[in-house]
Design a protein around this ligand. Structure first.
Ligand SMILES: [Zn+2]
Length: 487
């Protein structure tokens, strides 16, 4: 049998289109036309912009006000100067303040959409927040019938998968939400820019990608529990190669070597594409992501800056990897002994009780229930076919598949250590607050409609403060799993 894995890289878009076309699954067409990953990709920007300006009158450059250096040069004025000398007029939109970068907020994207001329060329020069805000401002205009934009995206740090993803993450009523949006047409990843970015951003990029080590297990569980019928293996096969390369060069990324950074950038590009072709983030966003979203929610409610997304996700992935090992060791026994129940009313009360102190005007609980309520109904419906889950455990099918989709915790902890990325959830949030970290583990699955390992652990009675503390303690505490009383 042929190897189903994608064997080339993200820059080979023709090869990627051929690979996708050969798959039998129904996929969303790829609209990205060019990806360049090279030490001097920015040298191409003015030429690409000039080509894209045919039949367009306006070029915007969207960036924040944080000064950035590349190879010893203050790069933002340089980028604008190069574009101006090639194109003539360029409108610069700067967001936030030098010491207060903008938030990826729904209203900020709305404001931006009022400033953009439909059908223009938009160059984003920034990280995930700038990219997501611009993507969504353009998406709104196009959705209302405005002429199609050309978006050239220049990442200034390899932190998140936003650069190639057709969805954005924006804050709505104090809760981060993933919303369908649009992909850029061209992405120019300049590796000297990435090398000179703050190293914690690069490490966060590794953390965000490590979600791949566990998130596919979450998606598979959604299928097994009858909650999510969209499961397929296309993104798994697409990302298998980049994941191997990333794990193999985590130390080189930690040292900011160009070849390591190339693998990181390539993996991020393909991860964004992997989500876009199935029109959802599930292939690389499971329990570890909702744990991170919970931490963001608490930070925003307290009026303090959020921790780095990728740092929180990397530390969350480690917790998920350990918890998957617990599930694998007791899943079959639990299935034989209990028939889980799910009380939708009790779930609603639990959300109201836990989140009330953080909800200034009632909008947050409403927004949370709008999403979780959908999941609650699906979980309750899925449990009516419980015998299917029991049979899956008994036959060994569920364990086999989880072993295929989920990496052991020791692999995750090694990659985090080699990349010098954060592995402690409390530290990754920027607070060192262990009680907050424990609450993120216990309540993270309640902030999204995504069915995750957290939901399964709760159904199985395994999501307890004791278990959370053990997962949070680190490798020394992981052995000797003791099942809770009562099953
Ligand atoms: Zn992420």
């Amino acid at each position: 049998m042929n190897d189903p894995r994608y064997a080339s890289d993200s820059c080979d878009l023709d090869g990627l289109r051929r690979w996708l076309k050969a798959r039998p699954e129904r996929l969303v067409p790829l609209t990205i036309r060019r990806i360049v990953i090279s030490p001097n990709a920015l040298d191409e920007l003015a030429e690409r912009a000039s080509e894209a300006m045919v039949n367009r009158s306006t070029c915007y450059v969207i960036m924040d006000r944080t000064p950035m250096w590349r190879n010893g040069v203050l790069i933002k004025p340089e980028v604008v100067a190069r574009l101006r000398s090639k194109l003539g007029g360029v409108s610069v939109i700067e967001l936030g303040e030098a010491d207060h970068p903008p938030h990826a907020d729904f209203d900020v994207a709305k404001d931006m959409s009022a400033r953009l001329e439909p059908g223009s060329l938009v160059v984003t020069f920034g990280s995930g927040t700038i990219t997501d805000l611009a993507k969504h401002a353009m998406f709104w205009i196009e959705k209302d019938g405005g002429a199609r934009f050309e978006h050239i995206c220049c990442p200034t740090a390899c932190t998140v998968t936003a650069f190639t993803a057709s969805m954005t993450v924006l804050t709505v009523d104090g809760v981060k939400r993933t919303i369908r949006s649009r992909s850029p047409e061209q992405i120019l990843v300049d590796l000297l820019m990435i090398r000179d970015a703050p190293v914690e951003l690069t490490r966060a990029g590794v953390g965000d990608l490590l979600a791949r080590c566990t998130a596919y297990g979450d998606w598979f569980l959604g299928d097994v529990f009858g909650v999510d019928e969209t499961f397929n293996t296309v993104p798994f096969d697409l990302l298998a190669g980049p994941e191997e390369r990333l794990l193999g060069c985590a130390a080189a990324i930690g040292r900011r070597e160009i070849e390591g950074l190339r693998s990181l950038a390539d993996a991020l590009m393909l991860a964004g594409i992997g989500m876009s072709i199935v029109d959802q983030t599930t292939p690389i966003s499971g329990w570890e992501h909702v744990i991170s979203h919970y931490l963001d929610l608490r930070a925003m409610a307290a009026g303090r800056p959020t921790g780095l997304h990728g740092a929180q996700v990397g530390a969350g992935t480690l917790i998920a990897a350990v918890a998957f090992e617990d599930l694998l060791s007791v899943g079959e026994t639990i299935c034989r002994r209990i028939q889980p129940r799910f009380d939708v009313g009790a779930a609603r009360r639990s959300i109201e009780e836990h989140f009330k102190p953080f909800d200034a005007d009632g909008g947050m609980i409403q927004e949370l229930w709008r999403e979780y309520g959908l999941k609650a109904d699906r979980i309750a419906a899925g449990l009516t076919r419980w015998s299917r889950v029991v049979e899956g455990w008994r036959s060994g099918y569920i364990a086999d598949q989880l072993n295929r989709y989920v990496r052991p915790a020791k692999v995750v902890v090694k990659a985090l250590a080699e990349a010098r990325a954060e592995s402690d959830l409390a530290a990754s949030s920027g607070t060192n607050d262990r009680i907050l970290a424990r609450e993120a583990v216990l309540y993270g699955h309640k902030v999204r409609s995504r069915f995750t390992l957290g939901d399964v652990l709760e159904l199985f009675g395994l999501l307890t403060p004791t278990a959370a503390d053990r997962w949070l303690t680190g490798p020394d505490a992981w052995g000797g799993f003791c099942p809770p009383n009562g099953w």
